[in-house]
Ligand binder design. Structure first.
Ligand code: NAI
Length: 287
């Protein structure tokens, strides 16, 4: 068992998930170095993390008496070198993750836990990009990570027992429970969820029902707390399309090729909540 003072996190990628994970960690007293290539993303992230921490405080989900972990933001990837754990949360594009993890592998000391928050890329594939693949594990944090207590932990074929123990200790410090699955494209959650969202979008594309009606049916009749298209807007339609491409390439399942409507939303810059519009329009609600 470890306590929060033994952990120093580096989170790479200051987007939707990087900011969520940073809020979760700093809220649990763990210091974070947050890295991104984009200075504007880092400036926005500092604000977003503060807002999420305020929300977490209001929701009563932060531990008492630990204080906040320090947050440092940087565009220098080498600043991850002092971390006890590196969490990669960059864009879901194989080449981008390959480049980042290859560089991380050259920067961190043996014994550093390397986590990828990938949605769909298999852990075994990523393990070949780092010098010590046994120290790499997938942790699929849910969005919003600072509120949802369960995570999907993906054990690669070569992930060591020691790495599994260390990730369990970290998750416990962060108040998270992990359910462990074996490696596969999309693992369990996204192998199920992403094709569902894609099909929901296809139904809108075919004119079978509007986005409101598709989500209304799944929420009202099947008891889903959030319909698939609102979920898509929360995830980010751009990220979802990238993840579907990864799934399609690796499974060959035609249901995983992102549908035209989704690709059109991406081209139009309607990426969901983060841009104010996706399958639904959030701009009025924000006024
Ligand atoms: P995002 O698009 O919001 O953020 C990605 C960030 O990575 C951007 O800020 C970008 O500037 C940064 N980035 C790109 N290349 C970089 C590099 N070379 N070095 C440093 N930073 C770089 O994406 P999001 O949604 O946060 O997704 C991140 C990862 O988390 C993806 O693998 C995604 O599949 C996964 N994920 C996403 C969830 C969601 O609900 N959005 C849920 C669970 C996992």
């Amino acid at each position: 068992m470890t306590d929060h003072t033994e952990h120093r996190l580096a989170v790479i990628g200051a987007g939707v998930m990087g900011t969520n994970i940073t809020a979760l960690a700093t809220g649990h007293g763990v210091p974070v170095v947050l890295v991104d290539v984009d200075d504007e993303k880092l400036a926005a992230a500092r604000l977003t993390v503060r807002q999420k921490l305020k929300h977490a405080q209001l929701m009563g989900v932060l531990p008492e008496g630990r204080g906040r972990g320090e947050l440092v933001t940087t565009t220098t990837l080498a600043d991850v070198a002092e971390a006890t754990t590196v969490i990669e949360a960059v864009t879901e594009v194989t080449e981008v993750k390959n480049k980042v993890l290859t560089e991380v592998g050259g920067l961190v000391a043996p014994g550093t836990l390397v986590i990828s928050n990938t949605s769909c890329i298999p852990v075994d594939e990523m393990a070949t990009w780092v010098p010590r693949g046994d120290e790499l594990v997938g942790v699929h944090f849910m969005n919003p990570a600072y509120l949802i207590e369960m995570v999907e932990v993906i054990r690669g074929t070569g992930t060591s027992d020691a790495t599994m123990e260390r990730v369990t200790a970290l998750l416990s410090v962060l108040g998270r429970e992990g359910l462990v699955v074996n490696d596969a494209p999309g693992f369990v959650i996204n192998r199920l969820l992403h094709p569902l969202i894609n099909r929901a979008a296809m139904l809108v594309q075919e004119g079978v029902a509007s986005a409101e009606v598709v989500d209304g049916l799944l929420e009202g009749c099947l008891g889903h707390s959030t319909g698939p298209l609102r979920t898509a807007d929360l995830i980010g339609v751009d990220n979802l399309a990238d993840s579907l491409v990864v799934l399609h390439e690796r499974t060959g399942d035609p249901e995983c090729a992102p549908c035209d409507l989704m690709l059109q939303l991406v081209r139009d810059g309607h990426h969901g909540r983060k841009t104010g519009r996706g399958f639904f329009d959030y701009r009025k609600a924000a006024e």
